[in-house]
Design a protein around this ligand. Structure first.
Ligand SMILES: Cc1cc2nc3c(=O)[nH]c(=O)nc-3n(C[C@H](O)[C@H](O)[C@H](O)COP(=O)(O)OP(=O)(O)OC[C@H]3O[C@@H](n4cnc5c(N)ncnc54)[C@H](O)[C@@H]3O)c2cc1C
Length: 245
């Protein structure tokens, strides 16, 4: 998306409000839509994936085959631990989510923590839970994602406060300077994939509706020019022939 995207003829805006804020918004810095872009709160999640030599969790006394469980208050800062639901009983290396958390107190803390320290914290919790197998089988490979640190996401999902839906939804459903706003944050249900899909359908209908209207306007405008030009040429032709009288 270029910084001059608001100069385009028609715009389809599917990025989150606070990401949108960084782009040329001069035409949109008005009224309620400005508030929707600037003030809608979002929840942000962090995940830490760890790789092990085997899928050891599938070979415990009580094996775990896929799914997530909430680590609970005994393991603060961890949230849920999740095991892959695919390739069950597969051989070779396996990765699991040692932490998946969206509690704002913790995610605010994690985005200020270095990746290495965050991963070490999660590894320590895994050792407390599973014991020596963690040291024996951890390959040293990990991946941490905190959506607040991703410049194209900025957060995980919209989390409107009381009254914001009532105020902002009617504005999202309008077309502002040829810009149509879609994305989960513009949907009644927000936060889900289904919400994003629903908003896509709504935005497509809105686009076609507006497109049809502007096409009509352009046709009228063009036909006005064509009629005017034809009439002028006809007058010129008659005048040139001297057929006035
Ligand atoms: C950790 C996590 C777990 C989730 N779990 C679930 C779940 O279990 N079930 C569920 O239904 N939903 C879940 N969700 C929510 C779901 O993923 C979102 O609601 C959905 O993806 C939102 O879709 P969207 O199209 O509105 O936004 P996005 O998917 O964020 O799409 C916005 C797009 O805009 C792009 N973009 C941003 N800036 C620019 C730019 N300048 N130029 C070009 N492109 C740009 C981004 O890269 C992105 O692809 C989860 C979300 C997260 C973060």
């Amino acid at each position: 998306m270029a910084t001059n995207m608001f100069k385009a003829h028609r715009k389809w805006l599917a990025v989150r409000g606070h990401v949108l804020e960084h782009y040329g918004m001069e035409n949109h810095r008005r009224c309620v839509i400005k508030g929707a872009i600037a003030s809608l709160p979002y929840t942000s999640a962090c995940k830490v994936a760890l790789e092990f030599e085997t899928r050891f969790w599938e070979h415990l006394d009580t094996p775990i085959f896929g799914a997530c469980w909430v680590a609970g208050p005994d393991y603060p800062g961890i949230g849920s631990i999740c095991y892959p639901p695919y390739n069950i009983n597969g051989t070779g290396r396996g990765a699991m989510l040692g932490s998946y958390i969206s509690d704002p107190d913790w995610t605010d803390r994690w985005i200020q923590t270095s990746e290495t320290d965050h991963v070490q914290f999660v590894l320590k919790a895994m050792k407390d839970i599973y014991g020596e197998v963690i040291d024996e089988q951890y390959t040293g490979k990990y991946s941490r994602v905190c959506h607040a640190l991703d410049p194209l996401a900025g957060a995980s999902w919209a989390d409107p406060t009381v009254g914001q839906h009532q105020l902002y939804l009617p504005e999202y459903f309008k077309t502002h300077n040829n810009a149509i706003f879609v994305g989960e944050h513009t949907s009644y249900t927000h936060a889900w994939i289904a919400s994003a899909l629903e908003s896509g359908v709504r935005g497509s209908v809105q686009l076609l509706w507006n497109w049809d209207w502007s096409m009509k306007q352009r046709l009228l405008w063009k036909s006005g020019w064509v009629a005017g030009l034809t009439f002028s040429l006809w007058i010129f032709h008659i005048a040139a022939k001297g057929d006035w009288v």
